[in-house]
Design a protein around this ligand. Structure first.
Ligand SMILES: Nc1nc2c(ncn2[C@@H]2O[C@H](COP(=O)(O)OP(=O)(O)O)[C@@H](O)[C@H]2O)c(=O)[nH]1
Ligand SMILES: [Mg+2]
Length: 397
């Protein structure tokens, strides 16, 4: 560790001197106003223990010096002038405040772990791997389960790769189920996640494989004005028949009507999992549960708690699997991985754009995991860039 004192007329110049001499990783240890300027004590390769030892040694030397000096009565000492620090104007202090905030967050999460009786794992990589899993987007209980099942032997990178392998093993996929086997398939899920677009992508792919006569569409979305129009437009483009069903009887008759089709795709009304009409929708689908397989469409841009609520809310119909959409917009795919693993929900397809039919792929476990790592890396790099921008701004550059 190297400690250095910098003196300049103002904070901005002092900070510039610190950065020029010690670089971006320098840690500000103290900062105060002294006669005629600003004094900053800064360190590089900061080691708190070494610093404490140095301070203790310095303190011991001071005491020795004081005891060897003739004692002067305190009354004769002039009152020391306190250095003046304007707390809320000092960029260095703002930076320290940020660091303290981060430390507090870390401490809180550690204490929360103790509250949940986390087993003591003294392995040096345990915490860093746990943090990497958290950055990937996995919830803390999933991260703990994975780490507990891992033999902690090898380098950190080897352990990380093994953890990713374990995630891939836990991820169930259905191997192009809908397009390979056809049948009657309903897409359910909240509004705006991409159900109608996915119906169009699947229909279009099936038409490309087996011709327009093999596919039919049904819409049960009678709640939104214009909802039918969107699907109707796709039906027209693909030249496939379409029917609308507003209740169980309507769905039954539409399915009977299309009984000669190899694939019947049912686009349902987008509803919030909190919507009371959802159970109405479930009862319509359940009435045909023998014939219809339901897939949940979920957006990977949702947060972990939101996705959990969606999956729980839509379990009212027997879900055969799910389709993960908006991968192209997601900044954290791990949330979706956590939820589908936890609910043992096989992933059928992933959608990564708006183009019909190009932006839809059958889900592959290893590809999903690698993609999640790539997205995590991109987000971390972005955050690093933003943080260094903030630090420079705080320093007045
Ligand atoms: N970026 C992106 N947008 C998508 C994706 N899937 C659907 N969308 C868009 O999301 C919006 C809502 O899609 P829609 O199919 O109407 O959702 P629905 O309400 O669930 O039927 C539309 O603008 C789609 O083009 C995807 O994978 N990525
Ligand atoms: Mg729709």
């Amino acid at each position: 560790m190297k400690i250095k004192r910098f003196f300049a007329a103002d904070v901005r110049s002092a900070m510039r001197m610190v950065r020029e001499e010690l670089g971006e990783d320098a840690v500000i240890l103290s900062n105060r106003r002294v006669n005629g300027g600003i004094e900053i004590i800064s360190a590089i390769d900061y080691d708190e223990n070494a610093l404490r030892r140095e301070v203790q040694q310095e303190h011991a030397r001071d005491t020795q010096r004081a005891s060897s000096r003739p004692r002067i009565d305190d009354v004769h000492h002039p009152a020391p002038t306190k250095p003046q620090v304007i707390w809320n104007e000092e960029p260095a202090l703002m930076e320290m405040r940020g660091e303290i905030k981060t430390l507090r967050g870390l401490l809180e999460s550690q204490l929360a772990g103790i509250g949940r009786a986390e087993p003591e794992r003294p392995h040096p990589f345990y915490q860093t791997l746990k943090q990497r899993l958290a950055m990937l987007g996995l919830g803390s209980s999933m991260a703990r389960e994975l780490l507990e099942s891992l033999a902690l032997e090898g380098s950190e990178e080897e352990l990380w790769r093994r953890l990713l392998g374990k995630i891939a093993v836990k991820l169930a996929v259905t191997d192009d189920d809908i397009l390979n086997h056809g049948g009657a398939v309903a897409l359910v899920g909240p509004t705006g996640v991409g159900k109608t677009t996915t119906v169009a992508k699947l229909a279009s792919r099936f038409v490309m494989r087996h011709g327009a006569r093999s596919v039919a569409l049904i819409s049960t979305d009678s709640y939104r004005i214009g909802a039918h129009e969107q699907l109707k437009a796709y039906a027209r483009i693909l030249d496939v028949p379409i029917r609308f069903a507003n209740n169980a009887a309507g769905l039954q008759s539409a399915l009977d009507y299309f009984c000669d089709k190899r694939l019947v795709l049912i686009d349902t009304a987008g509803m919030s999992q909190r919507d009371l009409r959802l159970s109405e929708q479930f009862s319509v689908l359940k009435s045909e549960s023998e014939r219809v397989r339901s897939y949940l469409v979920a957006s990977t841009t949702s947060r972990l708690s939101g996705l959990q609520e969606v999956v729980r809310g839509f379990q009212g119909v027997n879900l055969a699997g799910c389709i993960l959409t908006k991968m192209d917009e997601s900044t954290c795919l791990g949330h979706a991985l956590d939820v589908v693993i936890r609910h043992r929900l096989p992933v059928a397809y992933v959608s990564d754009g708006q183009r019909v039919p190009e932006d839809l792929q059958p889900a592959r476990a290893h590809t999903l995991v690698s993609r999640s790592v790539a997205v995590m890396q991109e987000s971390t790099d972005l955050l690093d860039d933003e943080m260094s921008g903030v630090r420079l701004n705080e320093a007045g550059y």
